[in-house]
Design a binder for this molecule. Structure first.
Ligand SMILES: Nc1ncnc2c1ncn2[C@@H]1O[C@H](COP(=O)(O)OP(=O)(O)OP(=O)(O)O)[C@@H](O)[C@H]1O
Length: 319
């Protein structure tokens, strides 16, 4: 049995991480097993699955926080990872500013720090106490921390938890725009598909093992997916996204032609809020539902063995 977890040059310049038949066993039980997928530069892979399916465990395998008990996890050497964990162990009795939170996992200049907070819409909170942040503001701070280091790979474990609907949409758009501008790869964990669909290349449906995988459209119609999520129309919704304008973090509106105004035009159609504080932002996301369509099968491609991979990354603990 090969158990490898080292950093090497992966075959194919663009491949960032590859899991081959990776499994983790604890207390005599396989938490996940036979997991194989890879993420390339510029690719967005989303893990979905029910509670306890092993999504966070798989993400930790990918970044090296956990070592596989079986199989191989390979990361490109020198890979820079930005990780937004699902949970952070923070001592909430200790004062901790956003500025310090941003610097806990490595030194960061003021300019980069502020640019990252600006990108996530909370530059005004740089000196705020982390324990006073709202749930959505806290997620934005974590996302800022992840992007500040200009990662090659971003691993986002439920990055929009606690974020309001307008903010959720804005953060997913931000994540997409980071992917576009930096070309990083993204591994994202989500409970439901509806928001992540439009920006995801590959969806992997996990339940202790990979049940099905493919494009969002393929997975949402696969028999395995329907068995897991069949009754949940929210999960089945395919999110199709047509903006004609974007709400900027400072409250102004950028239109499809690039022009910026203080308010929406009366005839504007589909809205998208890019900032946090836009309660008036109106959403009219069109969704396609597929509950009655004949399920197709997600493909079960096997990705390829690469050996080894690198040192552990941040484990989500704030000390
Ligand atoms: N260190 C551990 N020791 C024993 N069991 C563990 C350990 N870590 C996780 N588990 C178990 O492994 C399973 C998968 O956990 P994981 O956190 O990866 O699930 P998940 O898909 O991310 O779930 P959720 O959607 O609820 O966040 C769960 O049953 C969990 O209780």
């Amino acid at each position: 049995m090969l158990m490898t977890n080292r950093a090497v040059a992966l075959p194919g310049e663009s491949q960032l991480v590859a899991l081959d038949n990776a499994g983790i066993r604890r207390d005599g039980r396989w938490l996940v097993r036979g997991v194989d997928f890879s993420i390339s530069r510029g690719e967005v892979v989303t893990l979905i699955g029910p509670n306890g399916a092993g999504k966070s465990t798989t993400a930790k395998l990918a970044i090296g926080v956990l070592r596989p008990d079986e199989g191989v996890v390979t990361r490109a050497s020198g890979l820079r990872i930005g990780y937004v964990p699902q949970k952070l162990a923070i001592d909430w009795t200790m004062p901790l500013s956003v500025r310090r939170l941003m610097r806990l996992t490595g030194s960061l200049g003021d300019a980069e720090l502020l640019a990252a907070l600006e990108a996530t819409g909370i530059p005004h909170l740089v000196d705020a106490e982390v324990r006073h942040l709202s749930g959505g503001e806290f997620q934005r701070a974590l996302l800022a921390r992840a992007i500040a280091r200009k990662p090659d790979l971003m691993v986002l474990d439920e990055p929009v938890q606690g974020v309001d609907f307008a903010g959720e949409s804005a953060l997913y758009d931000l994540i997409r725009s980071i992917r576009k501008s930096t070309g990083c790869g993204i591994l994202m964990i989500s409970h439901d598909l509806h928001m992540v669909m439009a920006g995801t290349d590959t969806v992997i449906c996990l339940n202790g093992h990979i049940c099905c995988r493919g494009t969002p459209e393929v997975v949402s119609q696969s028999a395995d997916y329907l068995k897991l999520f069949g009754g949940n129309s929210r999960s089945l919704a395919v999110y199709s996204h047509h903006h004609d304008h974007t709400h900027l973090p400072d409250g102004r509106v950028m239109h499809g032609d690039g022009s910026i105004t203080d308010h929406c035009h009366p005839g504007d159609g589909h809205h998208h809020a890019a900032g946090t504080d836009h309660p008036a932002a109106h959403h009219d996301h069109s969704r396609e539902h597929h509950p009655d369509e004949r399920p197709g099968q997600g493909h079960h491609g096997h990705s390829h063995a690469h050996h080894a991979s690198g040192a552990g990354e941040g484990d989500g603990h704030v000390r």
